[in-house]
Design a protein around this ligand. Structure first.
Ligand code: 8DG
Ligand code: CA
Ligand code: CA
Length: 512
């Protein structure tokens, strides 16, 4: 897809008497390098300056306010701070607020790569007296599963903008670009402080060039023209409308858009063929896109619990997904069903569905038999082993939440749920919600719980971390060591984190 026009950044001012940056076009306006002369010497500094400029880098006096990356050779961090102070840089700034203090290794790697490489801890010079809290100095872990990401954070205007860009990239079929924006949004959610200047992000990982440009616009102008253009575009709005129909992905929505369809009525007028799940999604479009509230999710859990209790006493029903992460509402309800004695859960779900259906709770359901053969099945671990799709017995259903008076004739189940409306403090209109019912054997329960709690970004990185850093495959069925060829059993989520050498992250801290 063609790139949207991007607001041009003015290159930093050149001080009188300094060699001009303008001899070569500036390719990375967000990075301004300052080379510290101490121990480097004048001639080497001149040589490195020319080299950097010929590669499109901006180089300025290390004591200038525009400098974002201060590079030195053969000095300790404290020596550089001292030198900067002597040469006119205020102490607080010299000690690390804003520009990163870097070893020459960052510079040489960047020259080699032909672009500013991401700053890693090994590049940074250690300063004995930090002037800022650690987080401000960029001590942010690179993987989402190593960070605590609360539901409420300090940077929602910025993350909203990046998430629109991520969504737009997904609508354009670019998963890679979408993920890059999503990762940048996730890292901002984990910062325990509000970003006010782009310079504060120089040591924060996972923020690519495009995200940085958007953030810079947002921080300087309070809005991003590029994001606004996406938000207003007919394509983005139509794609959003269509992909909110359950079972409609980017491919179909995009095809409809290209055929000139723009509204839900257009789909009906053109007699578009839909499968049963999509028909149900379209039929209840409004209701299903009205967020489910926590108390509704709890009422549904309670109904399922009561039905299960009749069939298999001792079975458990756990509310997972966003609600377990502390969200007050969600797009659906994710319920995990299990039983402490392995095997007892087999054959339970069809019976539960049949009772719920008889009692008038289900407006739609589709049952998926377990496609799980055994843990020893190599396919589950080696190729595609960390896919988010799992193999549990499962039922996707639309729950009728009914009306409080139970006015639907003969719908006793709805009346029962009506009694549960007692949980609500205000009148409840007739409504419905998607409910995912998933059955897991008890030995896999902790893995399923971890997998279904989300967020999707958290799960993706947890699996990426397991594979890359630990040579293990993690999915909702278990954890497998690819080199030792052994399974690592766990009785709780905490044990899974332990196997992976990670600090335990509470569900409420997984809102990446
Ligand atoms: P929301 O409903 O509150 O909007 O968000 P959510 O609860 O975080 O998202 P979700 O789409 O309901 O997904 C919940 C988690 O379930 C998510 O981390 C992905 C995970 N999940 C699995 N296996 C499978 C699977 O086979 N299909 C789907 N759709 N999700 C799965 O672990
Ligand atoms: Ca959910
Ligand atoms: Ca779900």
């Amino acid at each position: 897809m063609a790139q949207l026009p991007v607001k041009k950044r003015r290159p930093p001012r050149v001080k009188p008497g300094q060699p001009a940056n303008s001899e070569y076009p500036v390719r990375f306006p967000e990075v301004v390098v300052g080379l510290v002369e101490k121990r480097m010497g004048t001639s080497r500094k001149t040589f490195l300056t020319s080299l950097a400029r010929s590669r499109g880098f901006c180089v300025d006096d290390p004591c200038s306010e525009t400098v974002t990356h201060i590079v030195s050779e053969g000095n300790s961090g404290d020596e550089v701070v001292e030198w900067l102070k002597k040469n006119g840089r205020p102490p607080a700034e010299a000690a690390g607020d804003g520009p990163a203090l870097l070893d020459l290794s960052w510079f040489t790697e960047s020259m080699g790569a032909g672009r500013p490489v991401e700053i890693e801890p090994r590049h940074r010079l250690k300063v004995a007296t930090p002037a800022e809290p650690l987080e401000e100095k960029g001590q942010v872990a690179p993987y989402i599963c190593q960070r605590r990401t609360p539901l409420l954070h300090h940077n929602s205007a910025l993350t909203d903008a990046l998430e629109i860009m991520a969504e737009e990239a997904k609508f354009s079929g670019s998963e890679v670009r979408s993920l890059a924006f999503s990762r940048a949004a996730s890292v901002l959610k984990a910062l325990p402080w509000k970003v006010e200047r782009i310079q504060q992000l120089h040591t924060v990982p996972c923020i690519g060039e495009h995200s940085r440009r958007i953030l810079q616009e947002m921080l300087e102008d309070g809005m991003s023209a590029e994001v606004e253009k996406v938000r207003q575009s007919e394509r983005y709005r139509t794609m959003k409308l269509f992909t909110k129909i359950f079972g409609i992905g980017v491919k179909i929505a995009s095809q409809w858009y290209q055929e000139g369809l723009r509204t839900l009525t257009d789909l009906q007028l053109h007699q578009i063929k839909l499968n049963k799940e999509q028909q149900a999604g379209l039929l209840h479009y409004e209701d299903l896109n009205t967020p489910v509230e926590l108390w509704e999710a709890e009422a549904i859990s309670q109904v399922v619990r009561q039905v299960i209790e009749q069939i298999l006493p001792g079975a458990t029903v756990t509310l997972t997904g966003g609600f377990r992460r502390g969200k007050p509402c969600g797009h659906d309800v994710d319920l995990l069903i299990s039983h402490p004695s392995e095997g007892e859960e087999m054959g339970l779900l069809p019976k539960v569905i049949s009772i719920l259906d008889r009692q008038g709770f289900l407006l739609y359901h589709s049952f998926h038999r377990s496609s799980f053969l055994s843990l020893e099945d190599e396919e589950l671990w080696v190729s595609g082993g960390s896919s988010t799709m799992d193999h549990f017995e499962r039922c996707l259903s639309i729950f009728h939440l009914g009306d409080p008076a139970g006015s639907r004739p003969g719908a006793t189940g709805v009346q029962k749920l009506g009694a549960l409306w007692g949980l609500a403090r205000r009148p409840v209109p007739e409504s419905c919600a998607w409910v995912d019912l998933v059955v897991t054997p008890s030995s896999q329960f902790p893995f399923a719980l971890l997998g279904w709690t989300g967020s999707r970004n958290f799960e993706r990185d947890l699996r990426r971390f397991s594979k890359r850093e630990k040579k293990m495959t993690l999915n909702s069925h278990g954890l497998y060591h690819l080199e030792q060829k052994i399974f690592l059993p766990a009785a709780s989520e905490e044990e899974i984190f332990q196997h992976l050498g990670l600090e335990y992250i509470l569900p409420e801290e997984r809102n990446a």
